[in-house]
Design a protein around this ligand. Structure first.
Ligand SMILES: [Zn+2]
Length: 259
């Protein structure tokens, strides 16, 4: 990112110098920080995630899915540079998190679905076993007992940390490639014959498929990197769920001796 910021910062400085030389933009604010200009210029992808109502199953797992990627871009004519360029305007990376909870009998506090309700499944006879069972599987797959809040912590980690952090660097690389897409306005003809200038429509027909390909390749690489990340007991998504299990274990350990 620093290198990109520097590169685009330098471009911004060069643009300032050119503009000053040409006297075209006398109003330009020379105090403006070029790096700030970059941040304003760059497209920040958004990562909305759909969350359908949780389901119940003792065999199916919660899932986090990478869904469709949508983006917009314009082909713009840069007369000064003599080219048409591609300008990305927005990028949305959609996801879906489907939480799947076990049946009620696997939760010390069965309702509501956040471990804050009465510990009605905890008894004088089972509280030690419940606490130990939670503890033993705190960074693994739940056994007899589970915490509701572990599910969103685990799935949110897949999306907010793993997907966002593998996607974003690939997106930045693609953004640079998109910025470099160009089609010359002047076309050289054969054997001295003049060819008319490239039209907006022709420029779009040239540049848009190339932009689509850059984005498709980028998404493919990001997905490949994402699916390489470990998702077994003890791996980061499981570690991310542990605070919910620990909090519930503590509730049970505090409550048990009062029974
Ligand atoms: Zn997982």
């Amino acid at each position: 990112m620093a290198a990109l910021q520097r590169a685009v910062g330098n471009q911004a400085v060069q643009r300032l110098l050119v503009q000053r030389k040409e006297g075209a933009h006398k109003e330009i604010n020379l105090e403006e920080d070029p790096v700030q200009r970059l941040i304003l210029r760059a497209v920040d992808p958004t990562f909305p995630v759909a969350r359908p109502a949780p389901k119940r199953s003792n065999s199916d797992a919660s899932t986090t899915k990478v869904k469709e990627q949508t983006f917009g871009g314009n082909v713009v004519k840069d007369d000064a540079a003599g080219v048409f360029k591609y300008k990305l305007t927005d990028f949305t990376s959609n996801g879906e998190i489907q939480l799947v909870y076990y049946t009620n009998d696997h939760y010390p506090a069965p309702a509501p679905e956040d471990d804050t309700g009465p510990l009605s499944n905890v008894t004088k006879g089972n509280w030690r076993a419940v606490a130990k069972n939670l503890h033993d599987n705190r960074t693994g797959i739940a056994d007899d007992w589970s915490a509701y809040a572990a599910e969103p912590l685990h799935e949110n980690y897949h999306w907010n940390t793993e997907w966002v952090n593998t996607f974003t660097p690939e997106f930045r690389k693609a953004e640079t490639k998109l910025e470099n897409l160009k089609a010359p306005i002047k076309q050289s003809g054969w054997f001295g014959k003049k060819k008319p200038d490239l039209t907006q429509g022709e420029a779009e027909a040239k540049l848009k498929p190339r932009a689509d390909k850059i984005v498709a390749d980028m998404v493919k690489t990001a997905k490949k990197n994402y699916f390489k990340l470990g998702d077994s007991p003890g791996d980061p998504p499981y570690i991310a769920q542990a605070p919910a299990v620990d909090a519930l274990e503590n509730r049970v350990r505090t409550y048990g001796p009062t029974l």
